[in-house]
Write a protein that binds this ligand. Structure first.
Ligand code: TXA
Ligand code: MG
Length: 313
């Protein structure tokens, strides 16, 4: 693993290299917006389909106007409340200002300001960065430098920024037919967005029809190699490997991987990807996951991630 300082990261990014960077959500695989070879290398490294666009990370909300064709109502309130932070906004852009490969040919682009001092320092020095999550396509996102190393070895230098504080990807909002919609559930819940928007944004991720607002939701996601069996009933020994909660008992389980207390979705979200990756590190082939948890706030997000991780290909 090649760990580099902020100044070395800036030098390499300006040199059009790919660098892994920390954010409050998950680690990202970054390149500068205009470095087309490096952006292409991100798709190759991740084995990411070319029709899945990348999020553009900015240092300042005022930088949006350089790209946006329109600023939908509510944008200023959202950015004032939640940036820097785990909120991504999809906006119509002036297409010749955002390279086509970044947008995957769409007339829109996704923007956010991450809340991590090291990455903000890099953004201030080198300008906008594109950064998808620093994992191989389909795998659980990387929330520590060790996770980045699991997927990319020493092919990508990393700025070490500690474990990601949230550990869940940003929430993506897109404006459609006069309302902001949730294109991807994430660290910021619908309940937290409601007071700022004046309404609770609905989920519109393509799970109800075939036209998701977010191309990434077409793909299998967040999945370990191990098969996950989602437990909606109490545990009765269905599988000997259990992913569960520190305040519950699983009599008969031989291996228990704990996500945290069942009363604390922040802690559970924080540990989720590490626990999924741990299954593979331990060479386990299947696990039963305790899904007897809430439905609101971050629980909705945790449920969605586990549902996607459990889909078999
Ligand atoms: O928390 C995060 O958002 C992390 C950190 C690194 O910032 N990034 C991240 O990127 O999760 P990625 O590439 O793993 O997921 C980005 C998602 C994809 O599902 C993609 O389809 C969607 O954003 N997306 C990007 N541009 C879009 C656009 N113009 N319209 C709709 N969805 C878009
Ligand atoms: Mg991702």
């Amino acid at each position: 693993m090649v760990r580099i300082s902020v100044s070395e990261a800036c030098r390499r990014l300006i040199d059009e290299e790919v660098v892994a960077i920390p954010t409050e959500t998950v680690y990202g695989l970054a390149a500068t917006l205009e470095a087309s070879d490096a952006v292409q290398r991100i798709f190759v490294l991740k084995q990411r389909p070319a029709n899945n666009p990348l999020i553009i990370h900015l240092a300042e909300p005022s930088h949006l106007v350089a790209y946006a064709k329109e600023i939908p109502p509510g944008t200023d309130a959202l950015t004032a409340h939640f940036w820097p932070g785990p909120l991504t906004l999809v906006l119509p852009v002036v297409t010749n200002r955002v390279p086509e490969q970044v947008r995957a040919g769409l007339p829109t682009a996704a923007f956010r300001i991450p809340r991590h001092e090291l990455t903000l320092a890099i953004l201030r020095q080198v300008g906008p960065l594109v950064a998808p999550s620093a994992n191989l396509s389909g795998r659980p996102s990387a929330t520590t430098v060790e996770h980045v190393e699991e997927d990319f070895g020493d092919r990508v230098p990393v700025v070490e920024g500690g474990p990601c504080t949230s550990g869940m990807e940003s929430t993506i909002l897109a404006y459609r037919d006069g309302l902001w919609r949730i294109a991807r559930l994430g660290a910021l819940s619908a309940e937290e967005l409601e007071p700022v928007l004046g309404y609770r944004p609905a989920l519109y991720d393509g799970s109800h029809d075939s036209s998701p607002l977010c191309p990434g939701s077409l793909y299998r996601h967040y999945a370990p190699k191990a098969k996950l069996v989602l437990g909606r009933e109490p545990y009765t020994g269905q599988l000997s490997v259990v992913i569960g909660y520190s305040d519950r008992q699983y009599p008969g389980a031989s291996t228990l991987l704990t996500l945290g207390p069942s009363s604390d979705p922040d802690t559970v979200a924080h540990h989720l990807y590490d626990v999924l990756r741990q299954l593979d590190r331990m060479g386990l082939s299947a696990a039963w996951v305790d899904l007897q948890v809430g439905h609101d706030g971050l629980w909705a997000v945790i449920r969605e991630r586990l549902n996607k991780a459990a889909v078999e290909t």
